[in-house]
Design a protein around this ligand. Sequence first.
Ligand SMILES: CC(C)(COP(=O)(O)OP(=O)(O)OC[C@H]1O[C@@H](n2cnc3c(N)ncnc32)[C@H](O)[C@@H]1OP(=O)(O)O)[C@@H](O)C(=O)NCCC(=O)NCCS
Length: 431
Amino acid sequence: MLPHVKHGRRVAIIAGVRTPFSRSGTTLKHVSAIELGKRCVTELLQRAEVDGKLVDAIVFGTVVQSVLAPNIAREVSLLPVLPRGVQSFTVSRACASANQAITDAADQIALGHADLVIAGGAESLSNVPILHSQGMTEALILASKAKTFGGRVKALARVRPRDLVPITPAIAEPSTGESMGQSAEKMAKINGISRAEQDHFALRSHRLAAAGTQDGRLTAEIAPLYAAPAFEPMSDDNGVRPDTSIEQLRALKPVFDRKYGSVTAGNSSPLTDGGSAVLLMSEELAKALGHTPLAYIRSYSYAALDPAEQLLMGPVLAAPVALARAGLNIGQMDLVEMHEAFAAQVLCNLKGFQSREWAERAGFSAPVGEVDRARLNVMGGSLAIGHPFGATGGRILTTLCNELQRRDGEFGLMTVCAAGGMGHAMVVERA
Ligand SMILES: CC(C)(COP(=O)(O)OP(=O)(O)OC[C@H]1O[C@@H](n2cnc3c(N)ncnc32)[C@H](O)[C@@H]1OP(=O)(O)O)[C@@H](O)C(=O)NCCC(=O)NCCS
């Protein structure tokens, strides 16, 4: 095990908040990603009782960007509670985008370039940009440049019926064309993960998320929101199904390999809208302002593998590095929070953690080891709660820190898989 190497100043996690997570096309469909982000930042400052004047920067992650406002972080930072001079930037690392925002913010603090940064992410998959075909685009550009009415008509007359077909963003790898679901399906087959194991894991996610909602632990992390057209208060996630059963899950048809597959709507994370934000401070500022941090960032890492191989195995390469950088092992983790893109992916990742072959690929002689299920995703995960791509990392870090505090635990590990064959892992510490 490598010794724990400290780089720069220690970064404190003061508080985290998120919006309710809603299945796309439902209760948040009229709320833009910018509004979701603004809601989180406003609530975060209020809850932490921090003056907006102290904010040095806003970093936000998003995946399906608006073509009209590509730097969502800047739009979020133009809130009345913040001065106009808060510099802000947007990052994208697929499903680990909020994590990238958090680690970029933490790096700025560790370096001494900032003292207080808000990092998070937002995604509205209800509002994805729909593109015109190349033919339609060319015709529209020509028409807009034409100087006469006749010229405009001539340009538009080039349009053929096939040019009218719109292009929607696909949840598929640009390099291979393989969708996330197809990748999860492939990984389940390679690693021998059965349909029954996936359905049981999905059921567990719903049961635990329902319990966390019922007893208020999850709802405490949510900034209530009033969304058009009903403007009724929303304060919980609508993907959680307290009444789902193994029979219902077993009855669902595979989606990505209809004949031989095992990945269904029930054991996949749903397309989701939502936002999250986390307040980070230098340890010194936290002390000076009298804040008791939820936890500190101890280490983190990113990794990648060939997207054509096993797309969602990135956490298996990232986690051992983050643990080594922390100078800790999996047995010392009081809690482990893993993003659940698909039940198959989590179960493959867990198997990978126990594999010597994967350990060697990550540069280690011994595997990470077994994750104690009693410490894993103790309030469910993305399968039930939902997965707004750019926001999930903020949700997971907030839950990890809050639950670690409730249990008086010392260390926590989080992992996130991401498109492009990437993975992220972070270790947090309480003291
Ligand atoms: C899997 C996927 C295609 C399903 O989409 P969908 O068909 O719109 O999903 P729905 O929510 O309508 O669910 C389909 C059916 O399953 C049922 N269902 C879903 N989850 C269920 C559960 N846990 N228990 C019982 N029934 C469930 C729904 O009620 C619905 O039934 P109905 O058709 O009778 O209404 C979509 O969620 C998806 O693409 N997910 C993956 C997203 C992804 O790739 N993310 C990136 C990960 S990094």
